[in-house]
Design a protein around this ligand. Structure first.
Ligand SMILES: O=C(O)CCC(=O)C(=O)O
Ligand SMILES: [Fe+2]
Length: 369
């Protein structure tokens, strides 16, 4: 039996946040009751007896990308982006080994001692491109989320090789490089769906658009330790991503839920884990660029009472120094802009100023409510 050191509840912030033990530290200690800092208000809790990965699996489309250039596949992708804002892709060209390796590397990083990991806390990290943390924005959250993370901003391969933690560097970089093609193809297909004519699957995206749509990339390694009272807390609260696109690798545990569309808007659909698949979701930036055609949909992650879970999203973002707004081609065609012009950096800063709050961030950009 593991010894359970006594830490009083008041010291939890010091232990989890400042000393860098994270929620993994609490879980490893064998805490039997969820500390009060993690208890979410009733209306934000979301737990079904099924949500240890065997939950009701919904109708998020699964799209086979093996036939590049196939019109039917392109239509499926654009329709999924319009209706669900979420879909899974298979036969996407990222080798299974790369996906498995990055999951192993995620465990390897989080298994490091708190002392080692805390070198990457905001206060200590040698670079703002590497950040280890817990919850979402603990300074402003009334209830903390049961999740630790390592966030890696990709600037260049040289910088990644020099600064990303050794425990996961090679695998995270390989995953990022291997997913480059599928990201490009998805962007081209989605632009084609908007009738942006200079973009087709065989034609390169022009430099200006590339910067606007995919000018910055960030990879997060998320670790959700087994939780003593999953029914009282959340892994990640309701939110939509601020990215253009998110490419998410999840393991086989499950727990990601997406808000349904149309008549199902009140229900939450489980994104069933599928070996080798990648989950794609539209983020706020693409909802804005597409003038609302593609939907950035709310999602949340449950805590799990039986298993540890890892997930690894790649956030494909606009260059932070660019103004985002509905694409000029759409406005020239007579569409009324539904969102105002915003510096992308201001949009992201606004997101990180407040706790996860559903779709509230994009309201900040909407011209009419
Ligand atoms: O862990 C997951 O499945 C999703 C995480 C997520 O939504 C995020 O990091 O934005
Ligand atoms: Fe998300």
């Amino acid at each position: 039996m593991a010894k359970i050191p006594l830490i009083c509840l008041e010291n939890i912030n010091e232990y989890v946040l400042n000393q860098g033990h994270g929620v993994k530290g609490l879980a490893d200690m064998g805490v039997k009751c969820l500390p009060k800092q993690y208890i979410h208000p009733q209306e934000e809790r979301f737990f079904t007896s099924n949500n240890d990965g065997t939950g009701e699996d919904g109708s998020i489309p699964i799209i086979d990308m093996s036939n590049l250039g196939d019109h039917t596949m392109e239509t499926l992708i654009c329709n999924a982006a319009e209706k669900w804002g979420f879909f899974q892709i298979i036969n996407h060209g990222v080798p299974l080994k790369v996906l498995e390796d990055v999951k192993v590397a995620t465990y390897r990083f989080f298994e490091l001692s708190a002392e080692e990991k805390s070198k990457y806390l905001k206060e200590n990290s040698p670079t703002s491109c590497v950040r280890y943390g817990t919850s979402f924005v603990p300074q402003v959250e009334r209830a903390l989320e049961w999740k630790d993370y390592l966030s890696l901003l990709f600037v260049s391969e040289e910088e990644a090789l020099a600064l990303w933690p050794l425990a996961c560097r090679a695998e995270a970089l390989e995953y990022m490089k291997s997913s480059e093609n599928v990201i490009r193809n998805l962007v081209k297909i989605l632009m084609k769906g908007l009738n942006i004519h200079d973009i087709d699957i065989d034609i390169d995206i022009d430099e200006k658009k590339e910067s606007l749509i995919m000018g910055a990339k960030r990879i997060n390694l998320n670790y959700y330790p087994k939780c003593p009272n999953p029914e009282l807390t959340v892994g990640v609260g309701r939110h939509s991503d601020v990215s253009t696109l998110t490419v998410l690798l999840q393991d086989d545990v499950g727990g990601l839920y997406v808000r349904g569309s149309g008549a199902e808007a009140e229900s939450w659909i489980h994104v069933a884990p599928m070996k080798g698949a990648l989950v794609i979701n539209i983020g706020d930036a693409l909802e804005i660029l597409s003038n609302g055609k593609y939907k950035s949909v709310e999602h949340r992650v449950t805590a799990n009472g039986r298993n540890n879970r890892v997930s690894i999203p790649i956030f494909v973002n606009p260059n932070p120094n660019l103004i985002i707004a509905p694409l000029q081609e759409l406005i020239d065609r007579g569409e009324m802009p539904k969102y105002r012009e915003l510096l992308y950096l201001d949009y992201v800063n606004y997101f990180f100023q407040k706790p996860h709050d559903g779709k509230a961030t994009i309201e900040f950009a909407k011209l009419f409510n």
